[in-house]
Design a protein around this ligand. Structure first.
Ligand code: EPU
Length: 350
């Protein structure tokens, strides 16, 4: 039986802390039978597909007002939701249910000697969102560790697996975003992890932090745990903790431009921060451009640009969705006028 709740504030369910409701109800999914009953409900109420929002940890979403539809939320599973499928001495295949909190999953894997997620420690959100968004940080992306993804296809009343190569993973992108949000409901993800820990220090700031750990600490804590602690430390130095400051993480994507555009920009602004993105393309740091426009640390209404990382918009207290949208538009316009580059939100505005 599906438990459809009404008048539930979504404030605890989005890290920006915006206080709205879903006008057609709110459903939590905690076990396999909840997913089945929800899929059954949709198959009998297909019109709901146009008014359905799948809400994971709410860490990448900004509600611009009450949601005119039904919100479904894969929640922390009753049975823990993580299991080892196989292990051959080098590779461990680990399955996690969509509602598992991502960072709990990272810690659980490290404790059990399943490695590869350390650089993704501290990312808010749920396991179910990791393939949709292809979450990434500090030189690693979810696509590097995802083996396959199991989904309910709500359009066709069926279930199927997507192998990694079928997921169309790209920078903060996947097939699950491409086809429309309400088609595929992810219910579990299988990760291909390693039995031996190898640090990934490809991100510059991480190597410095890793090398500065004192020998005494290394004696008492294993390397994988130390790496995840280092990642959290670097993260906390730049990004707000959603427990204390509402935000949706990076609000904008780093724009990827052609080589010609980059070289022209470099002539005008020799300090431009950019990274090669393959194929004669460059990823320009959106944070740098926003900072150059003087937005870092500035507020508009109750929304603000975070003082330590300009890519992040934050809730200064009683922020509404329209405050965020107004601030985002001003930032986009200013960056465009100055650099001729249009920023696109990474966060989903609903
Ligand atoms: N920079 C500035 N000013 C700023 C911010 C950044 O000049 O206000 C420049 C600095 O030179 C800095 C460089 O940009 O060295 C890169 O900054 P950072 O390492 O913080 O990375 P980012 O590109 O701004 C991305 C992800 C983050 C992820 C970090 C680290 C996106 C949209 N964001 O940010 O992901 O944690 O790299 O890997 O790709 C998220 O997606 O929510 C998120 C936090």
């Amino acid at each position: 039986m599906m438990n459809l709740l009404h008048d539930i504030s979504l404030k605890p369910y989005n890290t920006f802390g915006i206080d709205v409701v879903a006008k057609q109800g709110f459903v939590e999914l905690r076990c396999a039978s909840d997913y089945d009953s929800f899929a059954e409900y949709i198959s009998q109420n297909k019109q709901m597909l146009d008014h359905l929002f799948i809400l994971g940890g709410g860490s990448n979403v900004v509600f611009s007002g009450d949601y005119d539809g039904l919100v479904v939320h894969p929640a922390d599973p009753i049975d823990g939701g993580i299991r080892l499928l196989s292990s051959d001495g080098d590779i461990c295949m680990v399955e996690a249910r969509a509602g598992v909190v991502w960072d709990d999953f990272v810690s659980f894997c490290i404790r059990n000697g399943w490695y590869g997620l350390e650089n993704l420690a501290g990312i808010p959100g749920t396991v179910g969102a990791s393939p949709v968004q292809n979450i990434g940080a500090y030189g690693r992306e979810a696509k590097d560790v995802i083996d396959r993804v199991h989904v309910y296809d709500l359009w066709h009343d069926s279930q199927c697996w997507f192998e990694n190569s079928e997921c169309h993973f790209g920078y903060r992108h996947s097939i699950f975003k491409e086809i429309g949000r309400a088609r595929y409901l992810v219910d579990r993800v299988v990760f291909r992890l390693a039995s031996h820990f190898v640090p990934d220090l490809s991100y510059k700031g991480l190597e410095e932090a890793w090398n500065s750990i004192d020998e005494h600490e290394r004696e008492f804590v294993d390397d994988a745990t130390l790496m995840s602690m280092t990642v959290r430390k670097v993260r906390n130095s730049k990004l707000p903790d959603p427990k204390y400051i509402g935000s949706a993480g990076s609000f904008f994507k780093n724009p990827v431009v052609d080589g010609d555009v980059y070289r022209h920009l470099k002539e005008l602004y020799p300090n431009v921060v950019a990274f090669p993105a393959g194929d004669n393309k460059y990823k320009i740091s959106a944070g740098w451009m926003i900072e150059q426009c003087g937005w870092k640390g500035r507020d508009m209404g109750e929304a603000g640009v975070y003082e330590k990382q300009a890519l992040v918009l934050v809730n200064r207290g009683r922020c509404t969705g329209s405050d965020v949208v107004a601030l985002a538009e001003s930032v986009i316009n200013d960056v465009y006028s100055r650099f001729g580059i249009k920023l696109n939100p990474e966060a989903i505005i609903v």
